[in-house]
Write a protein that binds this ligand. Structure first.
Ligand code: 3AT
Ligand code: MG
Length: 335
């Protein structure tokens, strides 16, 4: 542990490109599903605009950031001026309105960490969570979507990593492992670190997109159609990248001292962020800086026990990528 193991990649690695791409393809939602999501959004918009004409609905999370699997729930944000009205009041009212349409299981969860209305559309079978004014999540969704348009290998890699994390039970924030959002940031960071780089650092470039949300400045270069050739100098294949991703998190990342930072395109020291000791429930055992809310460590859910689980899973995956005869199957075996 903690030793930087410089393993050379197996010589037959490229024979696994086709099977990994097949895994990726099998997880992409079909066009009909996207159509159904739009229909449900239109239904929600009709109800919302009748009650709150000034309000806007935004899709965020995996249905909008281009990292969504087929059959994902839709995350929706209702954005509106609240004045001195309570969020719970809005959510209860919304639940009431939607209940009267023929939606199923409409439930207002007003005491959750992020209060939401949950529902299921009986026509399409799609489930949906609606929150109020979580606008930063709408902006970080755009950032992820913009990164995905620069090089297809990000979307391929992130699908494979999310699928691995879900199969291995390490995509459960309530059990101290990481969110899908955190895994995608780990993929972006990793591709920014390749030499030559496969992804740029959008927040380090000329600002073409700017907004202030909850007193947080969000600024970056979003004309990603101009960056289509960015990653071309690096010819690494998807199988090589999956191998290197697990190698990096198993043997190369300095868990004791480093913070990964997509915002700077690099790593920062824990000392510089004052993330060296436990404060309340934030233990900082694996540090992933949120690109906009920079005081927010997405690894804060990880505890003494779950960090071991995570690192053992990275090591298992690295070993499989190095030695297994059939990594595209073994990697995703249920735990
Ligand atoms: P799944 O396909 O549902 O696993 P997802 O991308 O929808 O992946 P989540 O459901 O975990 O991910 O989260 C929905 C969105 O909420 C993703 C991101 O825009 C935002 N988000 C999630 N966790 C955080 C966080 N800790 N800080 C800031 N934004 C977050
Ligand atoms: Mg989601």
């Amino acid at each position: 542990r903690n030793v930087k193991r410089q393993m050379a990649c197996r010589s037959d690695i490229n024979s696994f490109n086709a099977p990994f791409l097949a895994v990726f393809e099998s997880l992409i939602p079909a066009d009909e599903e996207k159509v159904k999501q739009k229909q449900l959004m239109m239904l929600l918009e009709k109800h919302v605009s009748k009650e709150w004409p000034e309000a806007r609905l935004h899709v965020y999370g995996s249905c909008a950031n281009s990292f969504g699997f087929s059959k994902s729930d839709i995350d929706v944000c209702l954005a509106m001026e609240l004045g001195n009205i309570d969020k719970s009041e809005i959510l209860l009212k919304l639940a009431d309105i939607l209940q009267s349409d023929n939606l199923q299981n409409v439930q207002a969860l007003t005491r959750a960490r992020v209060p939401i209305v949950k529902l299921k559309d009986p026509v399409t079978g799609i489930s949906c969570d609606i929150c109020v004014n979580n606008v930063l999540a709408v902006v970080n969704t755009k950032l992820l979507r913009d990164y995905a348009q620069i090089d297809v290998r990000l979307r391929q890699l992130a699908f494979i990593i999310k699928h691995w994390a879900k199969s291995r039970g390490v995509n459960e924030t309530y059990q101290g492992t990481l969110s899908s959002y955190a895994y995608v940031l780990m993929c972006i960071h990793f591709l920014q670190q390749r030499r030559p780089a496969i992804l740029p650092c959008l927040q380090g470039m000329e600002i073409t997109y700017f907004t202030i949300v909850d007193n947080v400045e969000c600024a970056y270069f979003d004309q990603v159609e101009k960056l289509q050739n960015f990653g071309l100098r690096n010819g690494e294949s998807i199988a090589q990248l999956v191998w290197a991703f697990f190698h990096y998190w198993a043997y190369c990342h300095d868990y004791a001292n480093d913070v990964i930072s997509v915002r700077t395109g690099s790593t920062l020291s824990k000392r510089a962020k004052d993330w060296t000791r436990r404060v309340g429930n934030d233990r900082h055992l694996i540090c992933i800086e949120d690109p906009f809310e920079v005081s927010h460590d997405l690894g804060r859910v990880v505890d003494k026990y779950s960090i071991r689980v995570l690192r053992e899973e990275f090591e298992r995956a690295a070993e499989i990528m190095q030695y297994d005869h059939n990594p595209c199957v073994t990697l995703f075996e249920p735990y």
